[in-house]
Design a protein. Structure first.
Length: 313
């Protein structure tokens, strides 16, 4: 059995795989797809496979995506060949939840102001700090990541409202609403956090009326995908004071163009798509892959975290 990694894990992680699966041929090649025609399994971040790649992958049966997002993959080509796709849904929850809390606490406790004062050697105590406790947060996408954010927010005394397609119950949410009814909940929110994937349904889901419904001091945070809101809509909401602050980890165009107004705006924090970064990332991905590979070798064909390429998640 041939397994092709289109990225290169650390040496000790490669040794872990080779020791556990001596019968498997592993190829760890950064964006080198020369062995794709003979690969039975491909492990990828999901951004380096094209329809042409899939067409010449004669033996390929399973793609394991070491990411949650699959929007850049050749969906139709993969679906047409009946290739099984799974991802590592859930491994991002710890670093992304910590990123969300870090940004919120930094803003509430005036850390950007404090750091700037230090750089300027200013003893300035006019911080205008506030607290998370007693506030309300709406989380668009209360899945594995959103629920973990909700758990941490609740520990700080924040009321949590989850928002998903159905409005069905989700963990660590005090209340639930559907996408359709989100406008009724937004006026309650001090914080709006989005961790939604990119699908046809979520594309530009948040529109001008959603930002108009928010408080003028709302903190809006997007850690999911940049196409959740049209860039111009969000820019106008920030420029006109419809919302107070934005923490943006994702953008419609990445990298963010150097001439984009966000770079110069005091009420925007630009995080260059790094909220999920962690030194434990690949280790956690392998913790998902290894049990699935054991089962695959035994004849199973249903790895955990399956992805429906037609639906896009």
């Amino acid at each position: 059995m041939d397994v092709l990694f289109t990225f290169v894990p650390k040496e000790n992680q490669q040794e872990r795989l080779q020791a556990e699966f001596p019968e498997v041929t592993f190829r760890f090649l950064y964006k080198n797809k020369s062995f794709l025609p003979t690969a039975d399994i491909v492990v990828t971040y999901g951004e380096d496979l094209t329809a042409d790649d899939i067409d010449r992958a004669d033996n390929l049966k399973w793609i394991m995506v070491a990411s949650a997002g699959i929007e850049k993959m050749p969906h139709a080509a993969i679906a047409d060949k009946g290739i099984i796709v799974s991802n590592v849904k859930g491994i991002h929850k710890t670093p992304m939840a910590e990123s969300a809390l870090a940004h919120l606490l930094a803003l509430k406790r005036s850390l950007p102001f404090i750091y700037e004062s230090q750089r300027n050697r200013e003893w300035n105590r006019k911080t205008h700090s506030s607290e998370l406790a007693g506030s309300t947060a709406i989380l668009f996408g209360p899945g594995a990541i959103g629920s973990e954010i909700g758990r941490l927010l609740q520990a700080f005394g924040v009321r949590t409202i989850g928002c998903n397609r159905s409005g069905d119950k989700a963990e660590h949410m005090d209340e639930m609403v559907s996408f359709e009814n989100s406008l009724t909940a937004l006026p309650k929110a001090d914080i709006v956090i989005a961790v939604l994937p990119s699908t046809e349904e979520t594309h530009h889901l948040l529109k001008k009326e959603h930002f108009q419904a928010m408080k003028d001091d709302t903190i809006f945070m997007n850690l999911g995908r940049g196409d959740l809101v049209e860039d111009q809509v969000l820019l106008e909401a920030l420029e006109t004071g419809e919302i107070g602050q934005a923490v943006l980890d994702v953008f419609e165009e990445e990298p963010l163009p150097l001439d984009h107004p966000y770079w110069q705006m005091d009420n925007v924090i630009i995080s260059p798509h790094v909220s999920s970064h962690s030194g434990k990332y690949v280790e956690r991905a392998l913790d998902v892959f290894i049990p699935n590979l054991h089962d695959w070798i035994k004849g199973a064909t249903s790895p955990s975290n399956p992805v429906d390429m037609k639906r896009g998640y």
